[in-house]
Design a protein around this ligand. Structure first.
Ligand SMILES: CC(C)(COP(=O)(O)OP(=O)(O)OC[C@H]1O[C@@H](n2cnc3c(N)ncnc32)[C@H](O)[C@@H]1OP(=O)(O)O)[C@@H](O)C(=O)NCCC(=O)NCCS
Length: 193
């Protein structure tokens, strides 16, 4: 139930009017809450098809929607993370069980389809999504977390502990990339007493 239809909501409205006189900044926050409910980003696991709209608009603009479905999307060990705000998906990252091309026996976890909506960039949602992937890798026993990163996003991944491996290469129709990775240890889970 929205705050605007309850006693608490009405009290909030009265307070916001009072604040409007002396503290206009606070009033804006209160009124936003009243009309829309609390704006709380949540990080959730979603079905592959739910990622397609953001994949399309950010990663494959102007391309056929079919290009937004990636191989392995519905494999049992694939996970699609999303950040939602008021029910709308504003960030996505997908994790696939796929060996790092040059790895020696370590399990591989490949990140693909990393994107946030332009309206929310710089708010920390991109980092939250990558950290969710890293935590998933650790829970799954650890391994090599890797991706083919657009060179324009390489600094973003470096800030999350990934390093470049090998020379840049071009993906036709998408642009220059570098392969990046981070070795993730397993969580040291507490033992039962
Ligand atoms: C890359 C991307 C996912 C980052 O998402 P975001 O929501 O802006 O990420 P965050 O808000 O968590 O940013 C975290 C930090 O990384 C920095 N950062 C974000 N994008 C960056 C980029 N492309 N290059 C360098 N730094 C970047 C931010 O400034 C921020 O720095 P801070 O922690 O010092 O404040 C987003 O810019 C995007 O969707 N870009 C277009 C698609 C793309 O390139 N995807 C990656 C494909 S490999």
């Amino acid at each position: 139930m929205s705050g605007g239809t309850t006693e608490a909501g009405r009290a909030l409205a009265v307070r916001s009017v009072r604040h409007a006189v002396s503290r206009p900044t606070l009033t804006i926050v209160y009124l936003t809450r009243m009309s829309d409910g609390p704006v709380v980003p949540v990080l959730v696991v979603v079905a592959s098809h739910e990622t397609h709209a953001l994949r399309g608009s950010v990663l494959r603009p102007g391309r056929p929607l079919a290009e937004c479905a990636f191989e392995g999307d519905d494999a049992p060990d694939t996970v699609h993370f999303a950040v939602k705000i008021s029910g709308e998906i504003v960030g996505i990252a997908s994790l696939y069980g796929e060996p790092f091309p040059a790895a020696s026996g370590r399990p591989g976890f490949r990140l693909r389809g990393m994107a946030t909506s332009p309206a929310v960039r710089g708010s920390g949602h991109g980092k939250s999504l990558v950290r969710a992937c890293l935590a998933h890798v650790a829970r799954a026993g650890g391994g090599i977390f890797w991706c083919n990163a657009r060179t324009t996003a390489a600094a973003f991944y470096e800030s999350l502990g990934l390093v470049v491996s090998g020379p840049p290469f071009d993906l036709p129709g998408i642009g220059p990339h570098v392969r990046m990775l981070r070795d993730v240890p397993a969580f040291d889970l507490p033992r039962d007493p």
